[in-house]
Ligand binder design. Structure first.
Ligand SMILES: NC(=O)c1ccc[n+]([C@@H]2O[C@H](COP(=O)([O-])OP(=O)(O)OC[C@H]3O[C@@H](n4cnc5c(N)ncnc54)[C@H](OP(=O)(O)O)[C@@H]3O)[C@@H](O)[C@H]2O)c1
Length: 262
């Protein structure tokens, strides 16, 4: 089978997570990852990932270029790579960088796909949103297939990409804050920190798995855990009295307002 040759530019939090995920879950991929200071990602070489400070290193051999740089780093990178990316797929995870802008900058000579993965790609557990224009359907489906190996991939309209950034990418941080709070409460009711963390994390994973597999409204699953007058419902109601759902919704909307103002 033909190997995917993947060139990831921006070996930071997301780029490294994607590289590790691909090395584990896409054995047909040959991966290069670049950043200016390669020292923090040199360990990836042990996983058969080529690491370089040269964004153009054998880029001519790559089929897919994944951009995982910050928006303000895009212009510098474009100056180096634009002459070399004709007829290649560019999958960009750069928040706020539109398909139109990318198509214009590449003179419509590359196939542009926007992606919004999260750092759980490293564990094959990302929720990756993918968007592309109809004239790049084949490239879009190729990237969709690749990111399906790293978790769940969903094709969305481009206008929802900011929302996907908040719900899917920032969402990792919101979920971890829940785990931290549950862990702290667990310590208060008698567990040591490690045990509390293990219980809180696995319980979230189990709840997520139920929700993903049963595909019903979460409240239907909550009904299975709550006994009338029991300890679950009194705790849940107290959380709501304290604004649990409301604070989550307000937090997500505040993040969304912020991304729209940028
Ligand atoms: N983190 C997430 O969970 C997440 C999720 C979805 C989308 N995103 C998006 O992904 C992008 C990257 O986010 P991040 O959190 O991974 O940021 P990050 O950790 O800062 O990674 C960016 C990387 O780009 C490298 N870089 C900077 N200039 C470069 C250049 N000229 N050539 C090559 N590499 C260069 C930086 O390393 P050097 O300074 O050493 O070059 C850095 O390691 C952003 O646009 C973000 O919105 C992030």
């Amino acid at each position: 089978m033909k190997k995917n040759r993947i060139h990831i530019i921006g070996g930071g939090n997301l780029g490294a997570a994607i590289a590790i995920g691909l090395s584990k879950f896409s054995p047909d991929s040959e991966i290069t990852i670049t950043r200016r200071n390669i020292q923090p990602i040199q360990f990836l070489e042990k996983q058969n990932i080529r690491v370089s400070a040269d964004n153009t290193l054998e880029i001519n051999k790559a089929d897919i270029i994944i951009l995982t740089i910050k928006p303000y780093q895009v212009e510098t990178v474009f100056k180096e790579i634009l002459p070399l990316v004709k007829n290649k797929i560019i999958a960009s995870a750069v928040s706020g960088l539109s398909i139109d802008t990318l198509e214009e900058r590449t003179c419509r000579e590359s196939s542009i796909v926007r992606i919004m993965p999260n750092i759980a790609a490293q564990f094959g557990a990302s929720a990756t949103c993918v968007s592309y224009s109809e004239n790049n359907h084949e490239a879009g489906q190729k990237i969709f297939g690749l990111f399906s190996l790293l978790g769940t991939a969903l094709v969305i309209e481009e206008k929802l990409m900011d929302g996907a950034t908040i719900l899917g990418a920032c969402g990792t941080a919101y979920a971890l804050r829940y785990i931290r709070a549950a862990m702290q409460a667990g310590i208060e009711i008698g567990f040591d920190a490690q045990t509390a963390l293990a219980i809180a994390s696995q319980t979230v994973k189990g709840a997520a798995q139920m929700s993903l597999e049963e595909k019903v409204h979460p409240e239907q699953l909550i009904d299975r855990v709550t006994t009338p007058q029991g300890c679950t419902i009194v705790g849940l109601n107290e959380m709501e009295h304290q604004g649990f759902s409301s604070s989550l919704i307000k937090g997500i909307k505040t993040s969304f307002d912020k991304i729209n103002k940028k």
